[in-house]
Structure formats: C-alpha cells, structure tokens
Design a protein around this ligand. Structure first.
Ligand SMILES: [Zn+2]
Length: 445
C-alpha cells in the first residue's frame, strides 16, 4: 500500500498547503480519504489517475473536508466512468451529492454505492471485499466525525515451488487448494498437506486515517497495530487549550494515540495555517513517539518500500527532505557560531545587519530566518529550545511550492531565491523581512 498526502492544511488552505485529502494506493486502485478542494488536481500531480478511484471516505461535513467532492464526481462523469464508485461518509452524504447533481441537472453515467454511517453507530464495517475491509468509528470533534481504518486481510503464505515440484504438483487448481489451506491427494494416492508447501500467512497491511478529533479511545482502536497512522496535529502544545476548544489534536495527542496503538509509523498532518515551520510539531510528536514523519504533499509513503518504490512517480519535482540544499548556508562560515548566543550568527558575514527583536533588543541573529524567507518571528520561538535549526524541511516546502509554479502569484510576487534574499538583507534589513503572508485567518485554526 502506498499513502500519498494530497492536502495537509487544516481549515484554510495556504499558499503551499491544500485542504485535507489523503490517497491510498493499493493494487492499482485508489482510495481517497477526505476530498478537500483541489484534491483531484493534486492526484494528477502525484501521478494518481482519477479513473482508478475505487472509494471515497468522507470524515465529516466541515466544508474543507469535502469541498472537492462534487468537482471530482463531475470529472468522473466527464471521463465517462462506468465503474461503481463507493462513497462512504456520515449520514447525509447521499442527500448532499444527489441535491448537487439535481441542482445542476447532471445525470451521472455511473452508479454510486452510498454507505452512510448513523450518528448512533459505535463502529461500522463500511466496506468489505475478499482482500480487505474498511472500518469506521466516531471520533470526538465538534460535529459528528468518523475515523477510518483500511485493513488488508491476511495474505496466504508463499508457496515453496521447489517442494511442490518434488511432490509433482503442477496444476493451478492444486496450488489454489493448497493456498487456501486445503490438503490435496495426488494421483498416486499421496496426501499433500497444505502446510508442507505453503508458508505462514502474512499479515495484511493496515492504514488508519484519524483527523479532526481530540484524543479519544476510538482513535486508538482504529490505529491499533497499524503500519501507518495518519493523524491530525493541528496545533502545538502551546495551543493545547485551543485544540480542546475546537475539537482538535496537538502533535503530542497524535503521538499519544500512536504510542497506545503501537502503530509502526505515525504521519502527522492537518496543520494549522499559523505554522510556517512544521518542525515544532514534529519535535513535539517525536518527543513522545519517535517514528513520526511530517506529511508532505505528494510524497508517497510505502508500507513495502522494496517492492513499491517507483510505482507512483509524482509529476512535479519534490525536494528530498533528507538532503540539505547545496547552497542553503551560502554566505556563512561553518565554524562555531559567534558569541555563544543561542542561534548566533557566524561572524564575518558581510550581509549581516544587527536586527532588533520584538522587545527592541538585538535579536541575536537567526539563521533560520534566512532560510525560511522571512517568517522569523515564529521561527525565533522554536529556535530557542534548540530544535530543528537546519530547517531543511521548511526549505523543502518552500522549494516544492516554487517548483509547482506557485511562487509568482501566491507569494505576492516576492522572490525567495537565494541571491535575492541576500539582496533583501542588504537593501532593507528590517521591514522587508517582516512576515506578510497570505495566512490572514489564524483565528479559528
Ligand atoms: Zn479539518
């Protein structure tokens, strides 16, 4: 299974983050968890075909989680889809889709298999096939909200071909019976038992999608022993009150669920627009649960990297977060930092101008500001506890947004390329680097 985050923002999209949606690829089919605005475009960028969508799971009716749904259904119609689409969500999803279709006078060419979960339900198996099933459980949010778990059924063990040849087993039918656990009788009367040829069954992969919830036991149940848990981490600890008030989780809450559920990998997403440097969230989660990753839009996460690498190739360039940008420290010496101040700037940089901090005192320099193109106030706070100064991931986010061609319009035409950043320091040391982002709506999320 391959998990591809398509949108990692919370309620409001930002210049570089889309509204919530996560795709799960399995054996050529795509399962969409939430469908925020632009999910279908992100699918294309991720190298996922919309025609391969098998099922869509909507968690709840906050608009950011389903605002891309009608657009996607319309595209499927224009593509003349004829395969049934499974559409799972809280009660009301059918009414919503049918009303929209009749409002616009569209008659779709394919069937939609609606699976609606009532508010009273404590758990529900919303989908089941021979190979997998999907389970839903209510979470703890301001409105009725479902979490999902996609569970592959155990796969039969591997057939020992050599042994089979020794027994003289050649027929497909014989293999099929053995794989299903039955014994067979050969022509000469020999009984071959299944366990002699077939290895132990292999546990199926699993994925849990838990978003828009406070910590709750159902989240742990959904995530129990999963390969990958995608969990919201809207806020940092500092805003734990706000998280509670709005029915959301902090990064530490996500880590708590991951710890209790003993998931193998926690991926955090659904970030509040206020965080331009996500490493504060990563740090908080990793303090409690180390195998945590930050979701990055379009970057695939594999349950079986050896076999799955290369199956999906994003159609846009992604920055390798594990590598530093070659010139990310351009202009700085690599020696010890000057003055012993936390976050102190190396001496001898001709571009450096002392800058006043918020309290009017010189702020003591800040490499991270330099990297992150002008978001220094927020970064300052994190830098002091010594965390994640390199900020390579932050660079990655910015880099990817550039590569995806968003720079010109979404960042107001400002140019963050290295040389220009140097110039900005030179020309206007103070005012021009104060954040003036498009993130104008911090109040709710
Ligand atoms: Zn949300």
């Amino acid at each position: 299974m391959i998990v591809v985050p398509l949108g990692i923002a919370s309620a409001t999209p930002t210049a570089i983050r889309h509204l919530p949606s996560v795709a799960l690829w399995r054996e050529g089919s795509v399962f969409l968890f939430d469908c925020g605005e632009n999910a279908q475009m992100c699918m294309l960028q991720a190298g996922l075909k919309r025609s391969k969508i098998d099922s869509i799971f909507i968690t709840h009716f906050d608009v950011d989680h389903y605002s891309g749904l009608m657009g996607l259904i319309s595209t499927l119609q224009l593509q003349r889809r004829d395969k049934t689409l499974n559409l799972v969500g809280p009660k009301g999803i059918k009414e919503f889709v049918e009303w929209n279709l009749s409002f616009s006078g569209v008659e779709i060419s394919f069937d939609i298999n609606y699976v609606e979960v009532e508010e009273e339900a404590s758990e529900a198996k919303v989908l089941e096939t021979e190979d997998y099933y999907v389970e839903a459980r209510p979470l703890k949010h301001k409105k009725f909200c479902l979490g999902y778990r996609f569970q592959e059924k155990d796969k039969p063990g591997k057939v020992d071909a050599e042994k089979a040849a020794q027994f003289g087993i050649t027929e497909d039918e014989q293999f099929k019976l053995l794989k299903s656990g039955q014994n067979i009788t050969l022509e000469d009367g020999t009984v071959v038992e299944s366990y002699e040829i077939v290895g132990h069954p292999r546990p199926g992969d699993s994925f849990a999608y838990v978003t828009d919830t406070e910590y709750c036991p159902n989240a742990v149940k959904l995530a129990m022993n999963t390969n990958i848990l995608y969990h919201e981490a809207t806020f940092s600890n500092q805003l734990a009150d706000k998280a509670k008030e709005t029915g959301h989780s902090t990064a530490a809450d996500a880590a708590r669920v991951a710890t209790e559920a003993q998931t193998k990998l926690l991926v955090i997403g659904h970030f509040s627009a206020r965080y331009t440097n996500l490493h504060v969230l990563l740090k908080e989660a990793r303090d409690a649960f180390y195998p945590t990753w930050l979701a990055q839009e379009l970057r695939p996460i594999f349950t079986d990297p050896i076999h799955e690498r290369g199956i999906l190739s994003p159609k846009v360039d992604l920055i390798d977060l594990t590598k530093k940008k070659p010139n990310s420290r351009q202009g700085y010496s690599k020696g010890p930092r000057s003055g012993g101040r936390p976050g102190g700037r190396p001496s001898g940089n001709k571009n450096f101008r002392p800058r006043k901090g918020r309290d009017g005192a010189p702020s003591g320099g800040n490499r991270g500001n330099y990297h992150s193109g002008g978001y220094q106030q927020r970064n300052d706070r994190y830098r002091q506890d010594g965390g994640y100064r390199g900020s390579s991931q932050n660079n990655g986010y910015r880099g990817s947004s550039q590569e995806r061609g968003y720079r010109g319009s979404s960042q107001g035409g400002r140019d963050y390329s290295n040389s220009d950043r140097n110039n900005r320091y030179e020309d206007k040391p103070n005012k021009s680097i104060t954040p003036r982002t498009g993130y104008d709506d911090f109040d709710r999320f």
